[in-house]
Write a protein that binds this ligand. Structure first.
Ligand SMILES: [Zn+2]
Length: 424
């Protein structure tokens, strides 16, 4: 139990935040034995919301569940109808995930409020902590469902959408939670005076660790294209078809993979290019590969950099196919624009990180998607990244240090103070 772990745990601090995330990593806060799996609207999700709500109330907040199943805690401002600063991240996890992805941002929000509540400090804005129910697509084949609802950009949720386990529909899962799919869109905060959304999150990459820095500030969430490329050559006997007569689809794919890597490496703005999946047909040791399906995933901090890199990779792929006598089909499967974080809030967050770490804040592009990219439809957003060991996430080995988490908490507290000074 957190409160028995020593005196240092009686006040908001990095060690308590880490201990709380760790406590929520097992039953009843996980649906999986020997690991963490916390899908949206599951029994473990309910238990977790209950525990988080206790901590929110301890931190001076009132709590409620919104119409999309998000947990919301509110610490009133100086006036009852004050504008709102939202602090948050997501509560759900992938199967066999880590303790900190998402949850650390929710807990740091609570710790930030707890710090001010202990001082009896009130602001000309209310502080609300939001734990989103679905970011990962943990229960249904639809990620960031609940931030879409809050941002007011959830278009006609499909009540009949089946969960991965095929045990419930969106409608029945919400009903079992005491909610109504027909009301889900009323979780929208459009029209409310939400003036900022601030999300702290583990980096999920190795850049901060490589730079020896605890904290970073996100400049943008990456633009992404994902393509499915089919290469068709000619299958044939591996022993009898002469090399010069071959139309080997896999050898062509190999050229394309190396081109994607080379173009990705040469880029700026956080450009990355990945071939993460290959299907080889017929896939036998004694057959020249006749058909290959591969994915090409291209991401960058700006749409323009992503567009240029994707065009260059596809142009090289076309040349490879032509040279090798392969037919090529390209289908665009994912098309997400970059989400720039708000420049003014980002500058404040950089200043907060500088004040706390006594060094300029590294600016990072987030290659992974986050609720913040959806919340940007509602309000200016800023994101704080926290170093995680080895850049590992979506894995039980995910870890952060107490010291880094404490620095993150102090940066959040400093940010709120800076925001107050600039406010109004
Ligand atoms: Zn996450």
């Amino acid at each position: 139990m957190v409160m028995q772990a020593g005196k240092t745990m009686d006040h908001p601090c990095g060690a308590r935040a880490v201990a709380r995330c760790t406590e929520l990593g097992r039953a009843p806060y996980s649906d999986m034995e020997g690991g963490l799996f916390r899908p949206y609207l599951s029994p473990s999700y309910r238990a977790t919301c209950g525990r988080l709500a206790e901590w929110m109330r301890d931190a001076g907040m009132t709590t409620r569940m919104d119409a999309a199943g998000n947990l919301v805690g509110r610490y009133e401002g100086l006036a009852p109808d004050a504008p709102v600063v939202l602090l948050g991240s997501h509560i759900d996890s992938v199967r066999d995930g880590g303790f900190f992805d998402g949850m650390l941002g929710v807990i740091l929000g609570i710790e930030t409020v707890a710090h001010f509540a202990q001082q009896g400090k009130r602001f000309p804005f209310a502080l609300e902590v939001i734990g989103f129910g679905d970011e990962e697509g943990s229960r249904f084949p639809s990620g960031m469902l609940t931030s879409h609802a809050v941002a007011g950009v959830l278009d006609n949720p499909d009540p009949a959408m089946s969960d991965w386990a095929e045990t419930a529909t969106l409608s029945s899962a919400l009903e079992a939670f005491g909610l109504d799919v027909g009301q889900m869109q009323s979780a929208s905060r459009k029209g409310d005076p939400v003036v900022a959304y601030i999300e702290a999150h583990i980096e999920q990459g190795p850049a901060l660790e490589a730079e020896g820095r605890a904290l970073g500030v996100v400049s943008a969430i990456a633009a992404q294209y994902r393509y499915r490329v089919t290469l068709r050559g000619m299958a044939g006997h591996a022993g009898t078809v002469a090399m010069k007569l071959r139309r080997d689809a896999l050898a062509g794919a190999a050229d394309i993979i190396l081109a994607a890597e080379r173009i990705g490496r040469a880029g700026k703005d956080g450009l990355v290019a990945t071939v993460g999946s290959l299907d080889v047909m017929p896939g036998a040791a004694n057959v020249v590969p006749g058909e290959v399906v591969l994915t090409i995933d291209v991401r960058a901090g700006t749409d323009a950099t992503r567009d240029r890199a994707a065009a260059a990779i596809l142009e090289e792929a076309r040349q490879v196919a032509e040279r090798r006598g392969l037919e090529m089909d390209v289908a665009l499967q994912q098309d997400l624009d970059a989400t720039p974080c708000d420049p003014a809030l980002t500058a404040l967050m950089e200043q907060a990180v500088h004040d706390v770490t006594h060094a300029p804040a590294p600016l990072l592009v987030s290659g992974a998607g986050h609720d913040a990219m959806i919340m940007a439809h509602l309000a200016p957003v800023s994101m704080l990244f926290i170093r995680c060991a080895g850049g590992i996430s979506h894995n039980p080995a995910e870890s952060v240090t107490d010291d880094d988490t404490d620095a993150a908490l102090r940066a959040m507290i400093t940010f709120i103070g800076l925001f107050e000074r600039r406010f109004g």
